[in-house]
Design a protein around this ligand. Structure first.
Ligand SMILES: [Zn+2]
Length: 117
């Protein structure tokens, strides 16, 4: 399935991805376990993955982006990847528009057309 196109500008609408944080060497905290799904999710791993292919093992769907360990995330494993984004293969940010400004412009155009009749 290809991305739906914006009804206003015609650009492809962005995939709706989810952020995944990888935690190595300790169990997840209660807060991490109960993270709201719309914010992201945490996964406890034995050691941090080194590549996109290794991240894929922990993903629900396709891995879209990967990023390196940041010291402030509280893990000593600085060589690994501690976050990635995953996509379920079907979800997009919006069914009709790429951004709010396009929805607004489309609505104005419709109202103007109606007012002119
Ligand atoms: Zn648009």
């Amino acid at each position: 399935m290809s991305a739906p196109l914006c009804r206003c500008c015609g650009k492809p609408i962005a995939k709706k991805s989810r952020l995944v944080w990888l935690v190595a060497g300790r169990p997840l905290t209660k807060a991490e376990k109960h993270c709201a799904p719309e914010i992201g999710r945490y996964v406890a791993v034995d050691s941090l993955p080194r590549s996109r292919e290794e991240c894929q093992k922990f993903a629900n769907g396709a891995v879209l982006s990967i990023s390196r360990t940041k010291a402030y995330w509280g893990t000593a494993d600085r060589g690994g990847l501690d976050t990635f984004t995953e996509w379920d293969g079907v979800s997009y940010g919006d069914p009709y528009f790429c951004k709010g400004a396009c929805a607004k412009a489309f609505g104005y155009a419709a109202a103007q057309r109606e007012a002119a009749q």
